[in-house]
Design a binder for this molecule. Structure first.
Ligand code: DAT
Length: 174
């Protein structure tokens, strides 16, 4: 039985996962697990993809590496642009962040993404790829879609997640 929940924060690159997780971690004490960083640091990949400027993730190696993090015991914010890798039994809430295309375009241009990578990510956001993935992998009632266009939205989203967390804990302590 977990005494603290596990929350996935997912969405297209640039949507605001890191921004949200850092703030949630600061305010709640949940541990921010930046999966991209783990893939890189613990070499859970099959090399570097030049075209996409990203690691080719090896999901088996990643799951092995995550075993060390005692995720099933709870207390983690899992920050990744994919979500269906994690067993349902580990996860209490899935936040799918969404953003307007023009805002995403500006953020990814700022990151100097190649034209191809930029376009694929914009398409992915417009087609709601991550939202569909989350809804297919987890129970409908634990998947929450939140917009992340402005700093005010970060604030209200984080406040909402904080309240959810308090309620989650209350429900379990009776
Ligand atoms: P991700 O981790 O999903 O790739 P990020 O948190 O690194 O995204 O954010 C990408 C950039 O956009 C970064 O410069 C911060 C900014 N940003 C993210 N969410 C925002 C929001 N809701 N309002 C304003 N800026 C935001």
């Amino acid at each position: 039985m977990r005494t603290s929940p596990n929350i996935i924060v997912t969405g297209t690159p640039g949507v605001g996962k890191t921004t949200h997780c850092e703030e949630i971690a600061r305010r709640t004490g949940l541990k921010h697990l930046a999966i991209n960083q783990i893939v890189k640091d613990r070499e859970c990949h099959d090399g570097w993809d030049e075209e996409y400027s990203s690691w080719i993730v090896n999901e088996d190696k990643l799951l092995d590496a995550l075993e060390d993090d005692t995720i099933p015991e709870g207390g983690y914010l899992i920050d990744w642009h994919a979500c269906d890798l994690f067993p349902e039994s580990w996860i209490d809430l899935v936040i799918v962040l969404r953003v307007d295309s023009s805002t995403l375009y500006d953020r990814l241009t700022e990151r100097k993404y190649s034209e191809k990578k930029l376009q694929e990510n914009l398409d992915s956001e417009i087609m709601e790829v991550l939202l569909s993935e989350a809804r297919e992998a987890y129970a409908e009632e634990i998947v929450v879609e939140l917009t992340s266009n402005t700093a005010d939205e970060v604030e209200s989203n984080v406040a909402r997640i904080e309240s959810w967390l308090e309620q989650w804990k209350k429900d379990r302590t009776g």
